[in-house]
Design a protein around this ligand. Structure first.
Ligand SMILES: C[S@@+](CC[C@H](N)C(=O)[O-])C[C@H]1O[C@@H](n2cnc3c(N)ncnc32)[C@H](O)[C@@H]1O
Length: 312
């Protein structure tokens, strides 16, 4: 505020003060900075250069709106409209689940399995069932095909990644993310195909018995767990992405039971789950005739990723 003659004039907000004000309102200076960055669509580095510039009215209004949404309980990722997953900026909104850190580890498992692949000259087909924002499919298409990956060159060149979901809304988001990937890495994006339908019904029948790797992070929350979930999750994320049915195991059952039909001999299933489901899921995989069945831990030490192979 400045005294000009007898009048008191409000100083226009600068980016520095806008960040501070948003940070105080939210109790997090980091969130305040991210929201201002997003509202003015600049990177952190670019923002540092304009800290003492006046904030345009339109940016102020956008910041106020985002802070209000956040204060009402909306997850930060939806408020920002984008979130980082293994270095890819994914568009996220209420049509898709917010990609989680545990799922970044699922991609690690997939890349390790792909690194073991070798063999005939047929395409290497990977399917991501329940792709949501496209997090798993797009990161595998990008990282699996990069020179820096441990995946063999001949496998990388033949990689074909299917991103499928039952939700048309989720697939719209996945397609937008695929278009963004295409603008930065057209070769990686060309490896991705999109399909709609329930689990394996989303795939063309010509892939029966020819899929090298099935990966899925299916919904795995039970009806009873959903009732007491954190409201930030329950009230904002799509119920369909969280709850497959009353027990929570229904989608895992479908993904596991369909795997032997769709996988090529020696092909691998990688499926995220809740720790309490590990024994049941491993039993389902064994019951379906799969071998080398293990459940891997996540970084928090919790059982999280079922890995099973179709017999050669
Ligand atoms: C837990 S979310 C996972 C999203 C994304 N793969 C990730 O890891 O962030 C589960 C996804 O499964 C999809 N889904 C739910 N029921 C399905 C079904 N019957 N067939 C195919 N996809 C389904 C949901 O729409 C949602 O996108």
């Amino acid at each position: 505020m400045k005294i000009v003659g007898t009048r008191i004039r409000e100083e226009p907000a600068t980016f520095r003060t806008a960040m501070a004000t948003a940070g105080i309102a939210l109790g997090s200076s980091r969130e305040g900075r991210w929201i201002v960055e997003r509202a003015c669509a600049v990177s952190s580095d670019a923002l540092l250069k304009i800290l003492d510039d006046a904030v345009p009215e339109s940016v102020s209004e956008a910041v106020d709106l985002m802070v209000a949404r956040r204060l009402a309980g909306e997850p930060l990722q939806y408020v920002l409209g984008a979130w980082d997953f293994r270095g890819i900026e994914l568009l996220v909104d209420r049509r898709v689940l917010i990609p989680r850190p545990e799922t970044e580890q699922v991609v690690d498992v997939v890349l390790t399995e792909l690194a073991k692949s070798a063999g005939p000259s047929a395409p290497v087909v990977l399917v991501d069932l329940g792709t949501g924002s496209g997090a798993i499919a797009l990161s595998v298409a990008l990282e699996g095909a990069s020179d820096a990956s441990r995946v063999r060159g001949d496998v990388r060149d033949r990689l074909e990644v299917w991103a499928t979901d039952l939700s048309a809304d989720a697939l719209d988001v996945a397609r937008s993310n695929l278009a963004l990937l295409a603008s930065s890495n057209a070769a990686a994006a060309r490896r991705v195909r999109v399909g709609q339908g329930t689990w394996y019904d989303s795939l063309p029948r010509k892939l029966v018995g020819r899929v090298n790797l099935v990966v899925s992070n299916p919904p795995y929350v039970s009806e009873a767990e959903w009732q007491v979930l954190d409201p930030q999750v329950r009230d904002y994320e799509p119920r369909m992405a969280l709850v497959p049915g009353s027990t929570g195991i229904e989608a895992i059952e479908q993904v596991v039971s369909g795997a032997p039909e769709w996988l090529a001999p020696g092909g691998t299933l990688v499926c995220e789950l809740a720790p309490a489901q590990a024994a049941i899921a491993a039993g389902l995989a064994e019951g379906a005739g799969m071998v080398d069945v293990t459940v891997r831990h996540d970084l928090a030490g919790k059982l999280r990723v079922l890995v099973a192979r179709k017999r050669l």
